[in-house]
Design a protein around this ligand. Structure first.
Ligand code: FUL
Length: 460
């Protein structure tokens, strides 16, 4: 009796599964890249000497005396970032003007010579500490282009200087999520990129190098928009590598730094929602810039807009209708519980639905007791095993027939589809084409907030 009971328990919990999970489809993300994908959004904070001159790019001639925040408060930035769902913050340590925001040993053009905190301030430390305090990751932007430093005309001397800055930044400020190398202004200059990368990987092997770097790529525009199909696998130096895109965009149109007269450029709620759906909703990561003002605070109207935006997103995604559905699939790998479509009910990074090899078109069907009304479908691929889906579609049952609502391409870490408001008892997510067996981690169905974007507005 005991033996029988034990066997039954084993069967139910572990299942009698004699097939293994699909092999990874290489290249796959590194653990750090995977962790970064899961952050989904970060806040960019451009702050520096430009902030005090109403200029985007000062030329390196502004005096350190002009850097004078009256109430530098990065804790406010980090708290806002955390509350609106950002997993990290990137701070501009040195922009193209060359002014350095911590007391470096390697140039006089830095906060040590500013009146701020009588030259004893260290903005980088304050920002890094604030991020740690609220529980978000910290990264820094360091402009290779330098319009102030005379060593810039001597490649070797400048490389040495730049590496010294990197050394200090990677040694004195705790764990660094991301190092952001801007490509602007660098054309024609020869940098020791490999030397920079080597140094970063030596001091902080887990730091991700972005934009001019091997771990994260620039999406290619400053509008916060990813293309319809987002591919993580790219060719870099003749090799296929995992190189996912980050979408950077300022919350005030065209202004990365604070300008005293820039409030009228603040993006509308709809623009921000469009950015969200066209970046995070297409499987990219969003890096939204909010610039602190001359006091050292994020401006109130910007913060208010961010909270409005967040509350709409939260309202849209608060109730996953799929939780009440019955789940079935065209095929489940080895008929194993371990690979069942039910694994996609909740966002769980380790469990997924997958099929036997060579099945071709495959689908998951959600059947509800009563018809449900929805206009959002979220799908997540289990990208730890590689990006696979190239074509997918969403269907609903009308009477006896299945009607296709939408046809699309990549899924990736996360895909959010906006659909016309639709009522049905059966919803199907179909994987039409995939580079190898599909591995799907999550499927969610929602009805959006009345304040959220509707399908006809997404691309306008
Ligand atoms: C650009 C820079 O020139 C802008 O000033 C800003 O820093 C943006 C993020 O990158 O290339």
């Amino acid at each position: 009796m005991m033996v029988l009971f034990f066997l039954k328990l084993t069967y139910l919990t572990v299942g009698v599964c004699n097939v293994s999970a699909p092999q990874p489809l290489f290249p796959v993300p590194t653990p750090q890249q995977l962790m970064w994908h899961r952050l989904e959004m970060g806040m960019f904070c451009h702050f520096g000497i430009n902030t005090f001159h109403n200029e985007e790019w000062t030329d390196g001639s502004k005096l350190p005396e002009t850097f004078s925040p009256t109430d530098f408060n990065p804790l406010q930035w980090a708290e806002v970032a955390k509350k609106v769902g950002m997993g990290y913050l990137i701070f501009t340590v040195k922009h193209h003007d060359g002014f350095v925001l911590y007391p470096t040993q390697h140039t006089d053009y830095c906060v040590r010579n500013a009146p701020w905190k009588e030259g004893k301030g260290d903005a980088v430390k304050e920002v890094a500490d604030a991020c740690r305090k609220v529980g978000i990751k910290f990264g820094f932007y360091l402009s290779p282009w330098d319009r102030h430093d005379s060593r810039y005309n001597d490649n070797k001397a400048y490389d040495e200087y730049f590496k010294n800055l990197l050394r200090e930044l990677l040694t004195n400020y705790g764990e660094i999520l991301e190092v952001w190398f801007d490509g602007a202004g660098t054309k024609g200059h020869v940098y020791d990129w490999e030397g920079y990368y080597g140094l970063i990987k030596q001091i902080q092997p887990n730091a991700l190098i972005a934009i001019c770097g091997p771990d994260i790529r620039w999406v290619g525009n400053e509008d916060g928009l990813a293309p319809e199909s987002v591919w993580y696998v790219q060719e870099r130096d003749g090799k296929k590598v995992w190189w996912p895109p980050e979408c950077d965009v300022p919350i005030r149109m065209g202004q990365w730094f604070y300008h005293t007269d820039g409030e009228n450029r603040l993006l509308s709620l709809n623009s921000l929602l469009r950015i969200y759906y066209n970046s995070v909703g297409r499987g990219a990561v969003l890096l939204l810039n909010v610039s602190p003002d001359r006091s050292g605070h994020l401006p109130e109207p910007d913060v208010k807009r961010l909270f409005e935006w967040r509350s709409v997103i939260e309202e849209t995604f608060k109730e996953n209708l799929a939780l009440s559905a019955k789940w079935s699939s065209s095929n489940t790998r080895g008929d194993c519980l371990e690979f069942s479509p039910e694994n996609c009910r909740i966002e769980n990074d380790d469990k997924f639905w997958t099929t036997d090899d060579g099945m071709g078109t495959s689908y998951v069907t959600l059947t509800f007791d009563k018809p449900v009304t929805f206009d959002r479908v979220v799908i997540k691929e289990h990208i730890a095993l590689g990006q696979r889906v190239t074509k997918h579609s969403i269907w609903v049952k009308r009477g006896k027939n299945w009607e296709r609502l939408l046809e699309s391409t990549t899924v990736g870490y996360k895909r959010i589809h906006l659909l016309p408001s639709t009522k049905s008892r059966e919803v199907r997510v179909q994987i039409d084409e995939s580079l190898d067996v599909p591995v799907i981690e999550f499927i969610g169905v929602y009805l959006s907030s009345p304040k959220d974007l509707k399908i006809n507005k997404i691309n306008k």
